[in-house]
Design a protein around this ligand. Structure first.
Ligand code: SF4
Ligand code: SF4
Length: 392
């Protein structure tokens, strides 16, 4: 009979490394448990978020990266307010998630963006300049009499560039998800066959996926229900879950409008770039979604500038980069649309369009490397969370 020996690797530099991704210093934490007692998402065993802190303190890197709970936190900040050691556990969780994004990414770009601001800024500027140069070179003469964006910059150039970017992003994201799933499955003791062998396994996997994607990620159930009391916002439109939902649904609306526009041109129903009144359904969807996203991102930026809640007391430079990029993409899209409807169709609309497309491509490229990556990793962690709940 042979015994299986579990090897635990300890990384003595783990906590110092996580601190490079954020402002928290949990070295002073003496595990009093206040944060676990007050966290609205803590379960009955009372170890969340304290266990995540302990992993960092003792250097259990694999355990930290394999913890689904890391992604359960919505950074309400209640734990930070209650911590007698001022260790800021809420910010520690945020820093640990940035660290996890950088660890799942095999290219090293995420780490460079997070911990080397000068390198990160250089990459961001170079990427935007490369896209802008490419699209400018691909643009043609300005058609007169009306603003015909896709006569200026051919829709085939935009579409094929977008498809190439999407393929690259999906490949990088899949590599990151596979690293994450490997760690989660090992930590949680989940085997692939548990999810695919037998009808009961399939039902369990389906329920897990539904709960992770529809109920929690798109419906924000726990953010909306469990974290609401921790939100000090006076007005409903300042509530963090509402602002987050506005940005998320605005972004999804823009994606759907873009895909519908492309689908209609592919099926020959309507050529891309055909002039339409603003109430044309696809145009209207894009306009409303763009306005919602810009309104939500503006509220987030103002909240961070005012430090109006515990979660926005500290802003990592990556938070500013992400919010600024999202805001500029939204506003440049709305300004391009405005130019279409202004009398005389001003020609600056063409250059606004080039700027919008360039920055939107940059935003897409950066999805797996920045804060945006939580749209990929959080649902995966929530899927494992749902599996654990089902097992119980
Ligand atoms: S409240 Fe502070 S000191 Fe107490 S366990 Fe949490 S982080 Fe540590
Ligand atoms: S920030 Fe809020 S949700 Fe996250 S661990 Fe602290 S109390 Fe819990």
């Amino acid at each position: 009979m042979s015994a299986v020996i579990e090897v635990t690797t300890v990384d003595p530099g783990l906590l110092a490394d996580i601190q490079r991704f954020g402002a928290a210093d949990v070295s002073a934490c003496f595990s009093c448990g206040n944060c676990s007692a007050i966290c609205p998402l803590s379960n009955n065993d009372g170890t969340f978020p304290r266990r995540m802190i302990r992993y960092g303190q003792v250097g259990l890197r694999d355990e930290l990266l394999g913890s689904k709970e890391l992604w359960a936190c919505y950074h309400c900040g209640l734990c930070s307010e209650s911590c007698p050691q001022r260790a800021d556990p809420g910010e520690y969780m945020a820093a640990a998630r940035r660290y996890a994004i950088a660890s799942y990414d095999r290219t090293g770009l995420a780490r460079a963006l997070y911990v080397h601001p000068a390198v990160g800024s250089g990459v961001l500027v170079a990427l935007a300049a490369a896209f802008a140069t490419f699209f400018t070179l691909m643009s043609g003469a300005e058609p007169r009499h009306s603003l015909r964006l896709f006569s200026f910059l051919p829709d085939s150039v935009v579409h094929w560039t977008g498809i190439a970017v999407m393929i690259a992003v999906v490949l990088v994201a899949l590599a990151g998800v596979s690293t994450m799933v490997h760690g989660l499955a090992r930590h949680e003791g989940v085997h692939g066959r548990d999810l695919v062998v037998g009808a009961a396994s399939w039902r369990r996997a389906w329920r897990g996926a539904w709960s992770a994607v529809a109920v929690e990620s798109l419906g924000q159930k726990r953010f909306r229900d469990d974290c609401a009391d921790a939100d000090p916002a006076e007005h409903w439109y300042e509530k963090r879950w509402i602002v987050h939902a506005t940005v998320m649904w605005g972004f999804i609306g823009l994606l759907v409008a873009t895909m519908l526009d492309y689908g209609l041109s592919l099926t020959g129903v309507r050529a891309t770039g055909t002039p339409e009144p603003v109430w044309y359904p696809v145009r209207l969807l894009g306009t409303v979604a763009g306005l919602a996203m810009v309104a939500g991102v503006t509220t987030m930026i103002v909240s961070r500038l005012r430090r109006s809640n515990q979660a926005s007391t500290f802003s990592h430079q990556s938070d500013w980069v992400f919010l600024t990029l999202l805001w500029v993409v939204g506003v440049s899209g709305l300004l391009t649309e405005l130019a279409l409807y202004l009398p005389g169709a001003p020609s600056w609309g063409y250059w606004m369009f080039v700027a919008h497309v360039s920055l939107a491509m940059e935003l897409l490229v950066l999805v797996p490397f920045m804060k945006f990556a939580h749209v990929i990793y959080r649902p995966v962690a929530l899927f494992f969370q749902s599996l654990a709940n089902t097992k119980a």
